[in-house]
Ligand binder design. Structure first.
Ligand code: SF4
Ligand code: SF4
Length: 91
């Protein structure tokens, strides 16, 4: 039985849109010291590279954690359009 989050994430299926459903204002991120999105995103969509926040939406599991954690209003959050996004499987 799969027990860790990486294994669980590996069971997901995605229909990836060409456009990101989440937009991040990186100018605001420059003045954010704690950057809770980086540790808080379970799919590791946020990364810190050369002291700059990078974001990729393709692995997003649509949990909404980043929007809750970001208290600087830097994240414009939407669900993916139509049939795009992640598909969960029971069990
Ligand atoms: S918490 Fe918000 S402002 Fe801070 S780095 Fe993440 S997205 Fe940017
Ligand atoms: S919604 Fe969840 S999985 Fe998607 S980027 Fe935000 S924290 Fe990561």
């Amino acid at each position: 039985m799969n027990s860790n989050i990486e294994d669980k994430l590996g069971t997901l299926r995605y229909n990836i849109d060409k456009e990101s459903h989440i937009l991040v204002n990186f100018e605001i991120c420059k003045n954010c010291k704690p950057k809770p999105c980086i540790l808080g995103c379970p799919a590791q969509c946020f990364e810190l590279i050369n002291d700059e926040v990078r974001f990729q939406y393709e692995d997003c599991i649509e949990c909404g954690t980043c929007k809750i954690l970001c208290d600087k209003d830097a994240i414009h959050w939407n669900y993916p359009r139509g049939t795009f996004g992640v598909a969960f499987r029971k069990g």
